[in-house]
Design a binder for this molecule. Structure first.
Ligand SMILES: *Cc1c(COP(=O)(O)O)cnc(C)c1O
Length: 366
């Protein structure tokens, strides 16, 4: 008897493991493992969520019209150049389905978001992993990895879990040097945390080139990870392609209404950015004062490097933090066994985790 067989290569896909959210023996934990928002959603988002209850019987608006309108209002983008998804994850997958496939190659960098390789494999394409320089994407290394089979390049800016950023000039140089038939996806999951003028979330490239897509999410600064909403902006031809592949009601009704309300509450987003960037400065300074290396300083997380010595390693530190009820993210599966990724949380959470680290690393309990 021959049982159903999955397509070749599917069983090579590693299962994605999200950040832990509970600890044995701790009723209350400090969860800093999944880059969720410290301040949580806008009050307007909560209000909109309550109001969606009466509409549960109806199918949602398959075009997510109001959400596209909200994005368009805030960012000044043409709604016809927007697509919404069940998380930006769905859109990353749609891009692979549309432009890659068996025989195709999908490039991402060594410590790029794990889902890039997973989605590439899911469509039968081959992920091509390119080395980074000092934990940052290296344009020359990416270009050197391009072959005739290259279909798509993923770059997260800033990157998760490294927190490193590609400059606007480097991003433009990358696009310029890539063949025109290769899709560039600039994943801006953390774009809203950036406030520097040199930051480039890929918007200009998505606006002015026929082959670049910029993706964004409501899971990070907007504090709506559970709702699963993301969006992308790109040339009409690419958006129209992706629209054909998605399921008809991929973004649910609550997600459309709540994300639209969150997008329109610009003051809340500004407050979340301000809170984050204040703690970024403090966390980086205090981690460095403990002798820990910190490379990237962007996004809503830090990635300290721990000494590879027994008793003080990343694994030992993680175990100590867990004993204190603090969950951070091990990043071994990103090829970073000596690092821990710590999401920037509330004031109380940040004091707790930084004090615990100070205590463990042998300083005073500051
Ligand atoms: C969190 C994250 C995403 C996707 O988040 P969704 O919840 O699917 O929108 C995409 N890219 C990176 C780099 C991320 O960290």
């Amino acid at each position: 008897m021959v049982l159903p067989q999955p397509r070749a290569g599917l069983m090579d896909i590693p299962l994605y493991e999200g950040g832990k959210s509970s600890l044995k023996g701790h009723d209350r934990v400090i969860k800093l493992s999944s880059n969720e928002s410290a301040l949580g959603p806008s009050p307007a988002a909560f209000k909109a969520y309550g109001e969606t209850a009466s509409g549960l019987v109806r199918y949602p608006d398959g075009n997510a019209t109001d959400l596209k309108a909200a994005i368009s209002e805030v960012h000044g983008l043409d709604p016809a150049q927007l697509i919404c998804g069940a998380g930006s994850d769905e859109i990353l997958c749609l891009a692979c389905r549309a432009y890659a496939g068996p025989g195709g190659e999908v490039i991402h960098t060594a410590h790029g978001f794990l889902m890039y390789g997973i989605y590439a494999r899911s469509v039968g394409a081959t992920p091509v992993v390119v080395p980074e320089t000092d934990l940052a994407a290296d344009v020359d290394a990416i270009l050197a990895a391009v072959t005739d089979a290259t279909k798509l390049v993923f770059v997260a800016n800033p990157n998760n879990p490294t927190g490193t950023v590609l400059s606007s000039a480097d991003l433009a140089r990358l696009r310029d040097a890539l063949r025109e038939d290769i899709v560039l996806v600039v994943d801006g999951a953390y774009a809203e945390f950036m406030d520097g003028s040199d930051y480039d979330g890929g918007r200009a490239l998505a606006e002015n080139t026929p082959n670049t897509l910029m993706t964004r999410t409501f899971s990070k600064i907007y504090g709506l990870a559970s709702l699963r909403v993301g969006w992308a902006f790109g040339p009409r031809s690419m958006i129209e392609t992706l629209e054909r592949l998605r399921s008809p009601f991929n973004v649910n009704g609550a997600a459309i209404a709540v994300a639209a309300a969150a997008m329109r509450d610009v003051a809340h987003t500004d407050a979340a950015r301000g809170h984050n960037n204040r703690w970024m400065g403090v966390a980086v300074q205090r981690l460095r004062a403990l002798g820990l290396g910190v490379t990237g300083e962007s996004g809503n997380f830090v990635l300290p490097e721990f000494p590879d010595t027994p008793g003080k390693s990343a694994a030992d530190t993680d175990a100590f933090l867990q004993s204190k009820g603090v969950i951070v993210r091990r990043v071994d599966n990103y090829g970073l066994p000596n690092h821990l990724r710590i999401t920037l949380g509330t004031d109380e959470e940040m004091e707790s985790v930084l004090n615990a680290l100070t205590q463990f690393m042998g300083g005073s309990d500051g």
